[in-house]
Design a protein around this ligand. Structure first.
Ligand code: 5CA
Length: 449
């Protein structure tokens, strides 16, 4: 998203004070930086800057899914209750499912997850073992009527999820799909500039017996997690792994799942004791994704079967794979902020550069800014131009709060020396440079956004 923006004509309602309702840093900062506004409990409007971040995150998820051959589709948010009733899942899912009626008194539900719907749809397109394997996914809003929506988008009622589903002929092939998704997930989180550790997990209401949750370490996480830091180094070589090579895939999977890593539900003191103390990492974790392999559970429920190689009908093995796309916005902020505001990793930042005009109305400063604004655009670097008639202090505070990776500060004193100031938000480093050098520096650092 390279579209530039002039702040004087842009909806960015920043707040100076901490909103009383926000208990954790990411929630406070998302409200203060004008990313979201609450519309109802656990339901948020995404304002332009928040929406840009959400789209950047979704795009990384999409690219990494596509890269391993998963196919994007789009399922609706609403579906009829029928399938859920026929399979006994309507009652089983419980009060978290939002149930509605249309004008004909037909019962609908707002999808909390889509194992049933997609398995039912596949009945119409797969008939033979030759049609498998398949991995399908979408990025779509979900609704879960959480008892206690809290922490902003972290535990919402309406939230954006990437949910993917794999269909395989047998268990061995299903395990391959599971490993491919593990690889895609490690790449996805790494590109976002975060360390998300896969941990053995319970399967909960989705079912099955093989599952991993991906956790980011942050003090405000909802579960207690324990891991061996050796797993962090396993993230390193993911680029080179060829997902079509079963041996490479197995080596990768063994490397990421062998070091100790568990949430409190699966924590085992005896095994934990074996981890050298300097490699022990313990704390709170935010769950940003979960993957499941549940065999033929849902194929059986909906009656999905294919003709096997010997003509005998086979129930495909299924897995499902979720990423909390909107939760990630909060989780990344939890992992990356300071006392003055958000520090966006380059890959998800709403804009790469804040261009700060220190003296609106000064012809020389305005001209220098206009020229920089145009040149950044032509270099494909997304820029938010603070062209407001505000005091420099206000602009600095707002731009630190919004947390774009770079700031270019243009004022009369610098221009006297033919210089602008370039500031790296994460480190606070400042460089006095010529316009050319500043632009060179930025084009060398170009990322998404
Ligand atoms: N069908 C499976 C995988 S596709 C599934 O629904 N898995 S899940 O329940 O674990 O959800 C996937 C991810 O969505 C979670 O890891 C979490 O990051 C996110 N998520 C779940 N509930 C919420 C919520 N109430 N608010 C925000 N994100 C949520």
């Amino acid at each position: 998203m390279k579209v530039p923006m002039r702040l004087s004509r842009y909806t960015l309602p920043t707040l100076k004070e901490n909103p009383a309702e926000a208990q954790i840093a990411s929630h406070r900062l998302m409200l203060r930086a004008g990313l979201v506004r609450q519309v109802a409990a656990g339901i948020y409007a995404w304002l332009p800057t928040g929406w840009r971040v959400l789209r950047n995150i979704a795009e990384i998820v999409r690219e990494e899914q596509d890269r391993v051959g998963a196919q994007e589709l789009l399922l609706p948010t609403l579906q009829t209750a029928e399938l859920w009733k026929q399979t006994g899942r309507y009652e089983a899912y419980g009060a978290e499912m939002l149930r509605l009626k249309d004008r004909h008194e037909r019962e609908l539900i707002y999808s909390p997850t889509n194992e049933l719907l997609i398995a039912d749809l596949l009945k119409q397109s797969v008939n033979s073992y030759r049609d498998l394997p398949q991995i399908l996914y979408h990025i779509q809003w979900k609704f879960r009527d959480e008892l206690r929506p809290r922490f902003g988008v972290m535990r919402g009622r309406e939230f954006l999820m990437k949910d993917g589903y794999s269909f395989d002929l047998d268990d061995q092939s299903a395990v391959t799909s599971y490993r491919i998704m593990m690889l895609a997930y490690m790449r996805t989180f790494k590109r976002m500039g975060i360390v998300a550790v896969p941990m053995k997990a319970d399967t909960g209401p989705i079912g099955g017996d093989l599952s991993h949750e991906f956790h980011i370490l942050a003090p405000t996480g909802e579960s207690q997690v324990y891991y061996d830091s050796a797993v962090e180094t396993a993230q390193v070589g993911t680029e080179e792994v060829d997902h079509r090579d079963p041996e490479a895939l197995e080596r990768f999977f063994t490397a990421v799942t062998t070091p100790y890593a568990a949430t409190d539900e699966k924590h085992d003191e005896a095994n934990w004791e074996q981890v050298p103390s300097e490699r022990k990492r313990e704390g709170r974790g935010i769950e940003v994704g979960q993957i499941f392999n549940f065999g033929t559970l849902y194929s059986e429920l909906v009656g999905l079967q294919v003709a096997g190689p010997d003509g005998v009908a086979v129930l495909p093995n299924m897995g499902s794979y979720g990423i909390g796309v909107s939760r990630l916005v909060g989780a990344i902020i939890e992992a990356s902020h300071d006392e003055t505001g958000i520090i966006w990793p380059d890959a998800v930042a709403p804009f790469q550069v804040a261009l700060i005009n220190l003296k609106r109305g000064d012809a020389r400063v305005d001209a220098a800014c206009d020229s920089l604004y145009a040149r950044l655009q032509s270099l494909g670097i997304s820029v938010l131009y603070d062209d407001r008639e505000e005091r420099p202090g206000t602009k600095f505070a707002d731009m630190d709060l919004i947390g774009l990776p770079w700031q270019i500060i243009v004022g009369p004193r610098g221009l006297d020396k033919d210089q602008v100031e370039l500031k790296r938000r994460a480190s606070g480093e400042r460089f006095e440079l010529s316009v050319e050098d500043a632009l060179n520096r930025l084009s060398g650092n170009r990322a998404a956004g």
